[in-house]
Design a binder for this molecule. Structure first.
Ligand code: APR
Ligand code: ZN
Length: 275
């Protein structure tokens, strides 16, 4: 038991040393960093893809088909989403990245998450390759508008609670029309089969870091999952934090088998002692 404890502490100290010696850290995050904010991950047991069929709610075609044939499925999915996001707040995992930014070590956060929690934690340079749930994109001119999270969740809950089988038209009215051309808008998130966002910026950031912190991703969804390999190709050190597995084991310098909210505060404290 004692040996096991020293092995873990060794790994944390080794990671902290690599971080303290770095000057240009980029973080790459997935659903796992928001798990301790009450947002289920996608592929863990009981996760979102256990509860809902990605073919039904993860593609635009699937969503429209399900909405017209079985609107109660979409209503249930959206109501669960509202419940989750009404209470979701940044956790010590998000805040730890913000602290590394404040120490001048971390420059960019590349996230696959659409939950806006990195920005709410105060991270100033966030690349969202799968978009953001609290932003609307015009279906005609493509222009975007940031939405008020609280208002959007309250309006969505009201519309869904009023109608057990909401018509597609009704759901289209949840989001405000485009302020530029008055057309309908949609959530600015990337559905399966759609092009990801800010990919050149994400690869540029991965190519210019001297250390990449990989937090809470299973590394199975491309092209985003290629980013740690891009960083490794450019001689960056790789630290992976994930309680279930070392998904990037072939390129990882240090693997911390821990949750993000537990690992980050511990790491930041050790780094501060070394600076
Ligand atoms: N801290 C850190 N990691 C965690 C935690 C935690 N508290 N809890 C779970 N994890 C790990 C899981 O074990 C899993 O390995 O985080 C990983 C989350 O993996 P996925 O659920 O596959 O999520 P992600 O990798 O972000 O998915 C990528 O897939 O469904 C699409 O567009 C969606 O952006 C998403 C993409
Ligand atoms: Zn428009």
């Amino acid at each position: 038991m004692v040996i096991f404890y020293f092995k873990i502490m060794d790994a944390f100290q080794k990671a902290a040393k690599l971080i303290a010696e770095s000057r240009h850290i980029v973080a790459f995050t997935g659903a796992g960093i928001s798990a301790e904010s009450g947002i289920p991950t996608f592929r863990d047991p009981g996760g979102i893809w256990d509860q809902f069929d990605p073919d039904e709610v993860g593609t635009t075609g699937g969503l429209i088909a399900t909405l017209s044939q079985r609107p109660e499925v979409i209503r249930d999915f959206l109501l669960k989403t509202v419940e989750i996001f009404e209470q979701a707040k940044p956790n010590p995992g998000h805040i730890g990245l913000k602290e590394l930014e404040d120490l001048g070590l971390l420059k960019v956060v590349i996230t696959q998450n659409i939950d806006n929690l990195h920005q709410e934690a105060g991270s100033s340079n966030v690349i969202e390759v799968h978009g953001n749930l609290f932003r609307a994109r015009c279906l005609s001119c493509g222009r975007k508008q940031q939405l008020n999270k609280k208002e959007l969740l309250a309006r969505t809950r009201k519309i869904l609670e009023e109608d057990p089988r909401p018509a597609p038209q009704k759901l289209l009215e949840i989001l405000p029309h485009c302020p530029y051309c008055q057309s309908y808008t949609r959530p600015d998130v990337v559905m399966f089969g759609e092009p990801v966002q800010q990919l050149p910026e994400a690869f540029q950031a991965a190519s210019s870091c001297d250390l990449m912190l990989v937090l809470g991703t299973s590394g199975v969804v491309y092209p985003a999952a290629a980013l740690p390999y891009q960083a490794y190709e450019n001689k960056a050190k790789i630290i992976e934090i994930n309680p279930t597995d070392n998904y990037y084991s072939s390129i990882t310098d240090v693997y911390l088998s821990e949750t993000a909210a537990k690992a980050m505060p511990k790491l930041v404290d050790l780094v501060k002692d070394l600076l």
